[in-house]
Design a protein around this ligand. Sequence first.
Ligand SMILES: Cc1ncc(COP(=O)(O)O)c(C=O)c1O
Length: 398
Amino acid sequence: MYTQAEALFSHESINVSALKSKAYNFRWAEVEEGVIPMTAADPDFPVASEIVQSIQQYIQDGYFSYTPHTGFPRFKQAMANYVNERKNEGIDPELVLPIDSAARGMYIIAQTVLNSGDEVIVFDPVDYLFRESSLAAKGKVVLFPAVVTNDDRIDLSSLESYVTEKTRMICLCNPHNPLGLVYTKEDLAHILAIANKYDLWIMNDEIWSDIVYPEKPFISILSLGKELNRKTLSVFGFSKSYGIASLRSGALYATEPVIFQELVKNSGVLTTAGGITAISQVAAIACLEQCSYWLEAFLKHLQSNRDHAVERLGKMPYVTVRKPQATYLLFINISKTGLSSETFATRLRTEGRLALVPGTARFFGPGSEGYVRMCFATSRTLLDEGLDRLEAFLKSLQ
Ligand SMILES: Cc1ncc(COP(=O)(O)O)c(C=O)c1O
């Protein structure tokens, strides 16, 4: 028998036929019949019931009028409370902008601070959105190799040498997708010292900051103080922690009113050309105000999946993996197979019936070659089936 919390993340709770019609972006709706997708970072579980109820309550009177241009005040307040209480971020609710996804937030930041030709330091590997948002704003991406040290940190010792006269922004993914690392306070202080020395903006993406395991705490760069973070522009989203990717909910926040107004202007919300829907805000408010119990149970399930998967992978031929401190992503080193990431992923999908994200320049940068990324936000049963398929494929290469 499951406890109530375990039942939320049981195999029986997963509705594969619903996922097959609704889960896109390399997931169930896009893979061939019989293939298990452990690709895009998107949980297989249905959302907390409070999210569904909040949406139902909002829609029942049949009114879908315009919302406040810069978002529901309750969203801003709930967002500020959430990051201030849990993550010591010291955010002013007046400087929170509800927005249609974290991805959109990143594009708005890049568009706001970059001029054509400005250089942006983007870690390699990291999620492609940092590169894409910078390129869309006509920035020039300068890749910083994110080498992981023996004590599971990104080696930042040469970061400063990547700064030139043209550098305008550093992108920070904390926790880091796909490496699954959180930054230490010293690392964040180091990044801030460089940013302040050269007067650089920081794009601070904290979308993964809820999915952090007990061994190493999440520390927000904003917790190092407002004075040092005058040029830090932050993004949060709800796709990872609460599974509402299709609602495109997110938030942007700044520490300085002047730049906040610029973000608002560039978001298009003042003309109504941009913005987040009422329903997406209602869902986000439910996440922030009512779903902590769900997140807690989700994290317990994820931690157990993580430990199980890392243990099993440790016994498989050819592959190595670090235990992630955060995220529900395993960044698996497959270089000993002698296959490129792309070939490995294609063959695993066709021969092994398992879809993973290949470590290619497109998804994470050229530094991800030799790796594949596996999402474990699924049931233990599906995780084991995926691991069985991976193991069988690896053995077939021997
Ligand atoms: C680091 C990072 N930032 C942003 C996003 C995009 O989130 P959203 O669905 O809110 O646009 C993702 C999604 O995987 C991500 O991993």
